[in-house]
Design a protein around this ligand. Structure first.
Ligand code: UDP
Length: 495
């Protein structure tokens, strides 16, 4: 086994090489859950301390490995930063491993991902040939995994990409929990096809965790299904407080809003070091960037069909454009930055093509931005500033396991307009913590909701304040950790 260090993700990344494929280990610094006290209060800190104590006693030195398929970009990587940091801070030995794959492997796993959301994706097959490619890629990681994972260790396998490793990990004596972050409420022929592909693998897990009960397939026994909602960390680079001056300097430096920054822009990393914003966003616009004083409607997402960036653009141009002089900013990662998402470039391209067809006037108010992904803290700082600057944050997804971007905006007290799909329906009560669109394809309803916020600062302030309290009460890391702690205790006892 060889363990080397690489610096490509801004955080330490170890490469574990045994057998034919390397596993990347993302090294995350520990964060004591007690630091959350100023936002969650001592009572909730005491609850998490009790849960941590119980988990430490039950695990008794066993390690907890997370296995997923990307170290940055998207909700799972984002959430793992929080979970691993606070888990380690709670005295548990929590680690994070990332599998590798080639384009053929990720084309298949993206197909499974799209089907679990009930859509055809690229329309390709999920048959025996795909199974051969999928299993071959995963088998190539087995030696490296076996060198690290010992009998009795707990392994959290995230999403479909590494799910095929579950039988081998279980056979090696690990307690395996499959964490599925995606799903739909009403299953259809596409999702059933994906479940047929996955069933043999996920059946070997001790437990399966979903964001909503309805996401689980009908054949999965109730006692194996657990429901845990994701969370955010209020102190991460993505969510920490920024002053209005910092927000303007960061965004003008990145080239996202108009202005000439006079100072260097620094940001604090989670490990305490200081970084400097050195990269600009790639922004496609007609004319200058939006002036800071004009309202900005923002959607931050991976470039994924399910996020319907094109629909946001159409809805904005047809039903919002002209209201209060607002501009629209569609924001995603640089398309080379998310290793497990092969569709990013095509979706961005579609947005570019559709934008070209807009009338000149409308085009000047619609901006597409790709954020640099070389340094995740730099990227997170820009996203943080954008979400804080936004007059309205939108998430017009066609399907969604859970919208991290929605909670991130809620924590920043921004008014949100989102589709009532999947986990978002649990995050926002319509009219209370944000506005929900019943049918994500109803562009008039979407535009009407955005307009109502742009036209009423009172409504915007009320929704934003309630959103922040909702995020504080339900979606911060302690809630999440407490549930995981309970599950570890239960699974280890069962095993
Ligand atoms: N994100 C980011 N940079 C980007 C685009 C997205 O950091 O350029 C983050 C976003 O802030 C959120 C996550 O990626 O934390 C997306 O999670 P979400 O649950 O909204 O969607 P997913 O990507 O998991 O489908």
């Amino acid at each position: 086994m060889h363990r080397g260090r690489t610096g490509g993700f801004g955080r330490a990344l170890l490469v574990v090489v045994t057998g034919r494929r390397a596993l990347d280990e993302v090294v995350v610094d520990a964060l004591a859950p007690q630091v959350l006290a100023p936002v969650i209060g001592e009572e909730r800190v005491a609850v998490i301390e009790t849960a941590a104590h119980a988990a430490r006693a039950a695990l008794h030195g066993r390690r907890i490995f997370n296995v997923n398929s990307t170290a940055s970009g998207g909700g799972v990587a984002e959430m793992l930063q929080t979970l691993v940091a606070y888990g380690r801070g709670a005295g548990l030995d929590v680690r994070w491993l990332v599998i590798q794959g080639d384009p053929a492997f990720f084309a298949i796993t993206k197909r499974i991902h799209n089907r679990l959301y009930g859509t055809a994706g690229d329309g390709g097959p999920l048959d025996s040939e795909e199974r051969v490619v999928y299993e071959r890629t995963l088998r190539e990681h087995e030696d490296a995994l076996r060198a690290l994972v010992k009998p009795g260790d707990v392994v959290l396998v995230h999403d479909p990409q590494p799910a095929g490793l579950i039988p081998a990990l279980s056979a090696a004596g690990a307690v395996v929990i499959w964490r599925c972050h995606v799903g739909i409420d009403v299953h259809n022929e596409w999702s059933e096809g994906a479940w047929r592909f996955l069933r043999a693998y996920v059946d070997a897990a001790h437990a399966c965790v979903f964001t909503r009960r309805m996401f689980a397939p009908s054949w999965m026994a109730d006692e194996r299904v657990h429901v845990i909602a994701p969370s955010i960390d209020p102190f991460s680079t993505k969510n920490r407080e920024l002053s209005p001056d910092e927000v303007h300097t960061i965004l003008s430096h990145a080239g996202i809003i108009a202005g000439t920054p006079t100072t260097t822009v620094t940001f604090s990393r989670r490990d305490g070091s200081t970084g400097t914003i050195t990269r600009h966003a790639d922004v496609l616009q007609t004319g200058p960037p939006p002036p800071p004083e004009l309202p900005l409607v923002v959607q931050v997402s991976r470039w994924d069909h399910m996020k319907d960036m094109v629909g946001v653009m159409e809805g904005f141009v047809r039903h919002v454009d002209g209201t209060a002089g607002a501009h629209l900013m569609l924001v995603g990662p640089s398309v080379t930055g998310v290793t497990d998402d092969p569709e990013g470039a095509a979706v961005l391209d579609e947005c570019i093509q559709r934008r070209h067809l807009l009338p000149h006037e409308a085009r000047a108010r619609v901006h597409l931005a790709c954020l640099p992904m070389h340094d995740p803290d730099e990227n997170a700082t820009i996203v943080n500033a954008l979400q804080r600057h936004a007059t309205v944050v939108v998430q017009k997804s066609l399907a969604e396991g859970f919208g991290l971007t929605v909670v991130e905006a809620m924590w920043k007290a921004r008014p949100v307009v989102a589709s009532r799909v999947g986990g978002i329906a649990d995050q926002i009560a319509d009219g209370e913590h944000g506005l929900l669109i019943d049918d994500p394809l109803d562009l008039a309803a979407f535009g009407g909701a955005v307009r109502s916020i742009l036209e009423s600062p009172t409504l915007a302030a009320r929704l934003g304040a309630a959103a922040r309290e909702r995020a504080r009460n339900e979606f911060l890391g302690d809630r999440h950790l407490e549930k995981w702690g309970e599950l570890f205790v239960r699974c280890v006892a069962d095993a």
